[in-house]
Design a protein around this ligand. Structure first.
Ligand code: ZN
Ligand code: ZN
Length: 334
């Protein structure tokens, strides 16, 4: 009986005057969730956390399976570096630890912050796809540029040595490694994901939390896929040339330098922080052309040699970055 009282009061309190007849199935589930929990702050917090966990690990599972099947090696960007089960497990533990210690408390603050800035949360109906699409594109654009700048800052001196170095543990990343990072990095780079919607909401007073959820789901897909280590003929960047994808970010992990943005290639192109990457691609293509009559094994060996060279340069660049202060000044050379 207590339960039904809570339900009735939440229903009248939150949804007085709502026309339920025109709602979709999903909108009905949304209402049922907020009514069942009875407290919008807890309902949003729980839903945000569960959504993040389900999407993050759900999207990582196909990549774990792909890593276990040798057939897919032909599309692996660094085929000699397939993550072991131990590596995947230790990465999972670290990621879970930061999800429960850093993200959970931050997610709890999300509902009060969002509401204070005028975001629509428990209300229905949802905005139309026509309203959501341009908003989500703006969040992609904002996050990409924010990340482009913040990521470069994380590659200097103490910020690299004490924070970003953890994320660079894997020179050949895999899906689960997308959020493998120092808690401070999760906070700094996560700001790029959440600040866009908060600013947009503050200035327009026209944003529903479901749009933010859709954005976060797409952003998670982007981050996990970019770390997957695979470039398939049907990968998005082969269809949309300015999309970064794994082919772009895998090089960042292998070479330590270049390709600092997340979703799009344009800022690295404009600011020239993709010079080494493009040089490497040109070298691989030229070598492939010159080796038309060579065996498959010879071609693989040639590509591996070029990768080893880039990685060796990256190890030196990493040491230099650790010793570099802000503004590119070398603090101490050993
Ligand atoms: Zn980096
Ligand atoms: Zn990465």
């Amino acid at each position: 009986m207590v339960y039904s009282n809570v339900t009735t009061s939440a229903l009248t309190e939150l949804y007085a005057g709502t026309d339920f007849s025109s709602l979709s199935w999903l909108e009905h589930q949304w209402v049922a969730w907020y009514v069942w929990i009875g407290n919008p702050v807890i309902a949003t917090g729980l839903m945000s956390f569960i959504l993040h966990e389900v999407v993050y690990f759900g999207r990582s599972v196909p990549w774990i399976i792909i890593d276990a099947i040798p057939y897919f090696r032909q599309w692996k960007l660094q085929p000699n570096k397939v993550p072991t089960a131990e590596e995947q497990w230790s990465c999972t533990k670290q990621v879970l630890f930061s999800h429960f210690t850093i993200e959970l408390p931050l997610i709890w603050l999300f509902h009060p912050t969002a509401e204070a800035l005028g975001m629509t949360t428990y209300q229905v109906p949802f905005p139309s796809l026509k309203t959501m699409a341009p908003q989500i594109f703006l969040f992609f654009f904002f996050e990409d540029f924010f990340h482009f700048l913040a990521h470069q800052a994380l590659h200097t001196g103490v910020l690299y040595k004490h924070i970003h170095k953890i994320h660079h543990k894997y020179s050949a990343p895999f899906g689960l490694a997308a959020e493998y990072a120092h808690p401070a990095e999760v906070f700094i780079l996560g700001t790029g994901t959440i600040l866009g919607p908060l600013l947009y909401c503050y200035f327009t007073q026209n944003l529903h939390i479901v749009t933010v959820y859709l954005w976060i789901v797409l952003r998670l897909f982007q981050a996990i896929d970019a770390h997957s280590g695979y470039d398939f003929p049907w990968s998005l960047h082969n269809i949309i040339p300015f999309w970064s994808g794994a082919e772009h970010h895998d090089f960042h992990h292998m070479a330590f330098t270049n390709n600092f943005s997340t979703s799009f290639r344009w800022w690295d192109r404009i600011f020239g922080t993709d010079d080494k990457y493009r040089e490497y691609r040109a070298r691989v293509n030229a070598a492939k052309k010159a080796m038309t009559n060579a065996t498959k094994e010879q071609k693989i060996a040639m590509e591996q040699k070029l990768m080893d060279e880039v990685e060796a340069e990256g190890i030196i660049a990493e040491k230099e970055a650790e010793q570099r202060g802000f503004g590119g000044k070398t603090v101490k050379v050993q």
